[in-house]
Design a protein around this ligand. Structure first.
Ligand code: GDD
Ligand code: MG
Length: 333
């Protein structure tokens, strides 16, 4: 089985974390996001992952120099320019010579969804494409997908205005596709699979979808990037190690429900809750950090208060007594 993994986006919603690294190379409890995604695919029998690259392809190629990630063979397809989701699938699939049924995943989705079940459903329904669906509270930032009793897609509405979605089952970003889908995608311009290809398949009644209630999160925003990691340490998805032996936490400091990378230093009286501190972060004394993300090598000066999804970029120096709430440092345009 072969899978195209879309990892070419700019990750704008995660700036400044994505100023230097593509979104899927960011750590998720110390493991690059792409590795977690490919690992799950491998567990369902995917032997080759075709990485559809655009933004900062060298970060991936440098991280997996022998072309293997989580035991799965990688094929790199680097777009000359961003082709949008369908254009990217076409470019990557053709570059890897895909000519049989294949899988596509959005590389920023962390999920335990059963790919084998999706594959079998696709085959038994004679579908041209099959989409996994997951339920969410607010469907307006996703692709909304109502289906009929047989699982045929009735409509595909990408990012509907709030309050207008016909259902709260949304596109989970995992598809099984026939190679004939590639023939539907123009080669000379950007094409969105959500806004163009899927609606055309709906019109031809060849698109199906399957509900799944497996763990699912799109880690592409500060809120969900944080939550995806807390879910891996607090038992919601797993119970991975939150703090490492190389971390130096002052005995008077409190670290609660937070993920620490390697060599993190935390000063006396400091409190860290529901937050991510990546490798080599240094936090001075008397600091409060709540619901925030501090990237590798950043330093936070004494008596600072950081909260409400503040994101501090790599190697940033936060001055003493800073008050940051919902902030992005450095600010990006
Ligand atoms: N190669 C390449 N080229 N990859 C791209 C491009 C491109 O031009 N544009 C986006 N991507 C990649 C991103 O890196 C990401 O892994 C994936 O395609 C999806 O893009 P996002 O920017 O994360 O889309 P989204 O989260 O707003 O919406 C998509 O995902 C939702 C589920 O997580 C849509 O597919 C929605 O319909 C879906 O519900
Ligand atoms: Mg996304």
């Amino acid at each position: 089985m072969r899978a195209v993994v879309l990892v070419g986006g700019f990750g704008t919603r995660l700036r400044p974390l994505t100023n230097d690294l593509p979104k899927q190379m960011l750590p998720v409890v110390r493991v690059p996001m792409i590795e977690r995604v490919v690992d799950v695919l491998g567990s369902y029998g995917v032997t080759e992952a075709v990485l559809s690259l655009g933004y900062r392809p060298d970060a991936f190629i440098g991280a997996y120099p022998d072309g293997v990630c989580a035991g799965v063979l990688l094929h790199y397809a680097v777009e000359p320019e961003p082709l949008d989701t369908a254009g990217a699938v076409r470019f990557a699939a053709l570059s890897a010579g895909i000519d049989d049924t294949f899988i596509v995943v959005n590389g920023d989705v962390l999920t335990d969804l059963n790919v084998a079940e999706l594959w079998d459903f696709h085959k038994s329904h004679g579908a041209e494409g099959t989409i996994a669906l997951t339920p969410v509270e607010d469907p307006s930032r996703y692709g909304v997908v109502p289906i009929d009793d047989e699982g045929r897609v009735i409509e595909f509405v990408e990012k509907p205005a709030p309050g207008t979605a016909p259902t709260n089952w949304i596109n989970a970003g995992t598809y099984v596709l026939e190679p004939s889908v590639l023939d539907r995608i123009a080669s000379d311009r950007k094409v969105s699979i959500e806004r163009e290809t899927f609606p055309a398949m709906v019109a031809d009644e060849s698109l199906f979808a399957l509900h799944s209630d497996a763990y699912w999160i799109d880690a592409g925003t500060p809120d969900t990037y944080l939550r995806a990691q807390l879910d891996l340490i607090d038992g919601v998805r797993a119970n991975e190690v939150a703090v490492l032996p190389s971390d130096e936490i002052d005995s008077s400091a409190i670290v609660e429900n937070s993920v620490l990378g390697a060599d993190v230093v935390i000063g006396n009286g400091t409190i860290v809750r529901n937050s991510i501190l990546m490798d080599g972060v240094t936090i001075g004394p008397g600091v409060r950090i709540h619901d925030s993300i501090i990237a590798s090598g950043a330093r936070v000066g004494p008596d600072s208060h950081i909260s409400n999804l503040t994101v501090v970029g790599a190697d940033v120096e936060v001055p003493a007594q800073s008050e940051l709430t919902g902030a992005r440092l450095p600010e990006s345009d």
